[in-house]
Design a protein around this ligand. Structure first.
Ligand code: CMC
Length: 430
């Protein structure tokens, strides 16, 4: 037990609550015995101030704009690592040695196919089906085909994680190919994780795809920047669903659904739709800024603001730079980049956004890069899901392996409905 305490006084009684400090100095009041000791619960809609677990995976300081995976700064990982290395780091806790990385790559290559029967599933989605709905369904279905991959605690998690990481990439690319009615392109043993994905997306019998190293490098960077973000909505969902004892696939499938929302991962798609709308409106920025500031209008500037960051989102800084570089390298002139930059400039000089500490987040510039790579808008959130997968698996694994504090997730509430009243039989109801 901690030596430092907070003192809580309720109705003349005082209670001592232990104070907890994390390894980077983050502070918490431990209220785990609050209800038992005082009869009170805490009320915290949206979990603005609630720590749902202790975790040693990712550290985030929203005031200073710091993001570290397993102690390594995101800036360094994005610059110097591949996505596969970072996935290994998140899953195992250490950067891989050369041999460990090679074995992990081997596993990823070995598990890239999905069961041929699963391919028939794609035929039965309507042509306009959302790739996020397909992804969530297919990931859930994996547990029927690979029941041995349930991630029970006595299993070696690395092959389990490799299978899921590899198969999600194949599912994502197949869902795109089906949506455009093109023949499926199978994974290749000789290509890297990102190279393989791009090839499965864009190779055609009539026009072989050339995997460009610049595009592979940018995709690696994007996936790394999305790989984990501690207790965000989808990761918390994966943990909550998993806390009931549910298998890894069903838990991740729930995470995919949570990510779909425009306030979360769906924001990357919403940003592009917003920028396109501004473009169609002859760059009428004022109209959109006014709507975003209007408390009676549900419209918000997509890609702006964050629950935790009250300064620059460090991921956005890296992505903005990568965006300019990638468009230049690919010789793409996208008018949406100029619109995004102008919108950012206007918002960052506007009192409304300044007072509320609203800055561009990870989703603001990522879509422009995906467009330049040829990825369609409705696939953007699938890209986010592919990136976030190592984080989801690592959190699920951390929770499942926690032998001291693993609890089913079960928040409380304050009931505000009618107080107990007598039952009215049907014939007496008017
Ligand atoms: N545009 C206009 N106003 C905003 C925005 C925005 N994008 N974001 C927050 N605000 C205002 C909000 O209206 C509120 O104003 P007031 O105090 O007058 O009521 C204030 O700022 C605080 O906002 P909040 O809704 O209490 O903040 P939150 O922490 O609950 O929400 C958020 C965080 C990310 C959901 C929100 O900023 C938002 O809706 N942003 C747009 C969607 C988006 O870009 N989401 C991606 C987030 S980052 C990646 C990810 O998690 O997937």
């Amino acid at each position: 037990m901690s030596e430092k305490h907070a003192t809580l006084s309720i109705e003349g009684q005082t209670y001592q609550l232990p104070l907890i400090t994390g390894s980077e100095g983050d502070k918490a009041i431990d209220i785990r015995t609050l209800l038992r000791d005082t009869g009170y619960i805490t009320l915290d809609s949206g979990y603005m101030n609630t720590g749902s677990c202790s975790s040693n995976i990712t550290f985030l300081d929203g005031q200073k704009g710091i993001l570290n995976y397993r102690g390594y700064a995101i800036e360094e990982l994005a610059e110097r690592c591949s996505f596969v290395e970072v996935a290994y780091l998140l899953l195992i806790g250490e950067l891989p040695t050369r041999d460990e990385l090679n074995s992990f790559r081997e596993l990823l290559a070995r598990y890239a196919l999905i069961h041929e029967d699963m391919i028939h599933f794609f035929d039965h989605f309507p042509p306009n089906a959302s790739p996020m709905s397909i992804l969530s369904t297919m990931v859930n279905t994996l547990c029927n085909y690979y029941p041995e991959m349930s991630g029970e605690s006595d299993e070696d998690m690395l092959p389990v994680a490799a299978r899921l990481l590899s198969k999600i990439r194949t599912i994502a690319a197949f869902s795109y190919k089906k949506s455009v009615g093109h023949p499926l392109v199978y994974p290749r043993y000789d290509l890297s994780y990102c190279g393989n994905f791009l090839n499965m997306m864009f190779d055609k019998p009539v026009k072989p795809y050339v995997v460009l190293p610049e595009v592979v490098a940018t995709l690696n960077k994007l996936l790394i920047l999305h790989a984990d973000h501690e207790q965000n909505c989808s990761t918390s969902t994966v943990r909550l669903v998993g806390s009931a004892g549910v298998n890894l696939y069903a838990s991740i499938s729930a995470g995919v659904s949570a990510l779909w929302g425009p306030l979360h991962g769906g924001a990357n798609q919403a940003v592009i739709e917003m920028l396109e709308a501004i473009h169609r409106d002859n760059n009428d920025f004022e109209k959109y800024i006014k709507k975003a500031k209007d408390p009676n209008d549900r419209f918000r500037l997509s890609g702006f603001g964050h629950r935790v960051y009250k300064t620059f989102d460090p991921r956005a800084t890296i992505i903005k730079q990568a965006c300019e570089q990638t468009l230049k390298a690919l010789n793409v002139n996208d008018p949406l980049l100029e619109i995004a930059e102008k919108l950012e400039e206007i918002a960052r000089n506007d009192d409304y956004f300044i007072k509320r500490n609203l800055y561009p987040n990870v989703d603001f510039y990522s879509g422009i890069i995906y467009r330049a790579m040829g990825i369609p808008t409705n696939m953007f959130t699938v890209m986010f899901a592919m990136g976030r997968l190592p984080g989801w698996i690592s959190h699920w694994q951390e929770m499942m392996q926690d032998t001291t504090d693993r609890k089913i997730g079960r928040p409380r509430q304050i009931y505000t409905g009618p107080a107990k009243r007598p039952f009215v039989p049907l014939h007496e109801r008017s």
